[in-house]
Design a protein around this ligand. Structure first.
Ligand SMILES: *Cc1c(COP(=O)(O)O)cnc(C)c1O
Length: 232
């Protein structure tokens, strides 16, 4: 079965990269990016033990979550509009990975407070400094850090990045290094442990693991080519 063969190969590749980097085997979590793929495909991954899935559009996630077994865990990896924060928190998104502005962070904290909960998030960093891209720049994140960490109902678990595509997997390494070092700087500053680094996709997840990724977001290498582009 294609999906299960792919999953097993990717898990082995992750373990090999962890060993190359001297990291404990099992210290990276594989997030299966299921956007655009039907529940029947996601069930094949589930049958092979996969429980963590990522969707980049809330609407699509909302359709799939009730259709899958309840022990699946869902991350939202795409941009989130402020007017959809309440829905995301109410509908069981375990981690909002792409918090790309202080305004969004503030809205999430406020609404989580209203719902009597704390929202788990990652902050998205624009590691290559392209103007068009979402996310905090490394500089703006440092500037906003005190304000972000003071938000009472936000549990900032770490950082994520979506670097510009590169021809070779190695091309992404500098971006991954930037994200890892930024997390180290912020950890030293305190007060958060920031355990998570979400980086690496189908093309370059092995390099990301070598550079310390704790979450790799892999879609097409598991499920195959997407027929239509996912919207964001
Ligand atoms: C689609 C997507 C991925 C997975 O991309 P693949 O190249 O299919 O592995 C990872 N992260 C984000 C944010 C995405 O939107």
């Amino acid at each position: 079965m294609y999906i299960q063969d792919q999953l097993q190969e990717i898990r082995a590749n992750i373990a090999a990269a962890e060993q190359r980097a001297g990291r404990p085997v099992g210290s990276t979590t594989l997030l299966a990016v299921s956007k655009t793929f039907p529940v029947s495909d996601i069930m094949h991954a589930y049958a092979d033990g996969q429980r963590l899935f990522g969707e980049n559009r809330l609407q699509e996630a909302m359709e799939k979550i009730p259709a899958m077994p309840a022990d699946c865990v869902w991350h939202l990896i795409g941009p989130l509009q402020r007017n959809k924060v309440r829905k995301a928190l109410e509908q069981g998104i375990a981690l909002i990975e792409a918090v790309d502005s202080r305004k969004l962070a503030e809205a999430i904290s406020r609404i989580a407070g209203e719902l009597g909960t704390t929202a788990r998030v990652l902050l998205e960093v624009n590691v290559d400094g392209e103007e068009s891209k979402h996310g905090f720049t490394p500089e703006s994140l440092q500037e906003e850090w005190a304000a972000l960490t003071a938000l009472p109902h936000l549990d900032i678990r770490g950082l994520m990045c979506i670097p510009a595509p590169t021809a070779e997997p190695e091309g992404a390494r500098p971006a991954f290094v930037t994200l890892r070092r930024l997390a180290e700087t912020l950890r030293n500053r305190g007060p958060l442990p920031l355990p998570e680094l979400s980086m690496g996709m189908s093309h370059d997840y092995a390099v990301a693991v070598e550079e310390g990724a704790t979450i790799v977001r892999v879609g097409s290498a598991i499920f195959g080519k997407r027929d239509y582009p996912a919207q964001s």
